[in-house]
Ligand binder design. Structure first.
Ligand SMILES: Nc1ncnc2c1ncn2[C@@H]1O[C@H](COP(=O)(O)OP(=O)(O)O)[C@@H](O)[C@H]1O
Ligand SMILES: [Mg+2]
Length: 253
């Protein structure tokens, strides 16, 4: 199954969610491939890879100058098709007829080797996100309890509708995941019900699991570990475990 993690807003926990989900699936024995489409290379770095030293990145694969099998790097915490800073130029480089399908075509050759392919995306709704959504069966939308996250979801939904119309009829929104949550704040409570309403409006749902704010997430990223390994007892780790359970119940139904 190919899953994209996306939101038009940055800093909402897309990368943290992609990494925690992957780590949880690997822990359960699934074969996982991460694909990093963000020029900031946060996920690539979190797996201990220096994006300046790699030979071929997801960009070369999308351009067609490398293939996925060559570019994938195996780490002890999963396989990754890494990002490079040059992905920032993707909208200028990847163009022309069929450019939305580049990732999908490339993944057809290797999808059989993996149970789950998790695509981490940049906030900009350009050719990279369109490629991710075109290749995916499901999209997970991480969102914070704030107004900009709501706007980010609406903008992403516009892209989801376009992709459904033109390149991937069967794309579904698996759910909206509340991240960086501080339960005691009143604003958070209000926003949570707004998020839940919006999730229904876009034909999806708010996951019951909600990921609380916790320093362990940042520390895990800084020490190039995943949150589930770094501090399994932390709030965000147990919340991500609950999310992964919920995700898997749907995915394996
Ligand atoms: N649950 C959380 N608690 C605390 N910090 C978090 C949490 N989730 C993410 N962060 C931090 O917030 C920042 C943005 O998260 P990130 O996953 O990189 O977002 P995005 O990929 O959407 O830009 C990072 O510094 C990350 O460590
Ligand atoms: Mg990110």
């Amino acid at each position: 199954m190919i899953v994209t993690v996306a939101n038009r807003k940055g800093g909402v926990g897309k990368t943290a969610t992609a990494q925690a989900l992957g780590a949880g699936l690997i822990k359960r024995g699934y074969k996982v491939l991460y694909i990093d489409l963000d020029s900031q290379s946060n996920l690539t770095n979190a797996l201990g890879i220096d994006s300046r030293t790699i030979e071929a990145s997801s960009l070369e694969v999308l351009e067609g100058s490398s293939n996925a099998s060559e570019a994938i790097i195996s780490t002890d915490r999963g396989d990754i098709l890494p990002a490079s800073p040059d992905l920032a130029k993707a909208d200028r480089i990847i163009e022309g007829t069929g450019s939305e399908y580049r990732l999908k075509e490339e993944l057809q050759n290797i999808a059989g080797r993996y149970d789950f392919i998790i695509i981490d995306t940049p906030p900009a709704l350009g050719i990279l996100v369109i490629n991710a959504l075109t290749a995916s069966e499901k999209v997970i939308i991480p969102a914070q309890a704030d107004l900009y996250s709501l706007q980010g979801i609406e903008q992403l939904y516009g892209a989801v509708e376009t992709v459904r119309r033109y390149t991937n009829k069967s794309l579904t929104i698996a759910g909206v995941l509340l991240t960086r949550y501080t339960p005691r704040s009143i604003i958070s409570q209000d926003m949570k019900s707004n998020l839940s309403d919006l999730a229904e409006q876009i034909g999806s749902k708010l996951y019951q699991a909600q990921i609380r704010e916790g320093v362990a997430v940042r520390e895990a990223q800084a020490t190039q570990t995943d949150i589930l390994t770094y501090d399994p007892k932390s709030n965000p780790a147990s919340d991500y475990e609950a999310f992964i359970k919920e995700f898997l119940e749907e995915a394996t139904k």
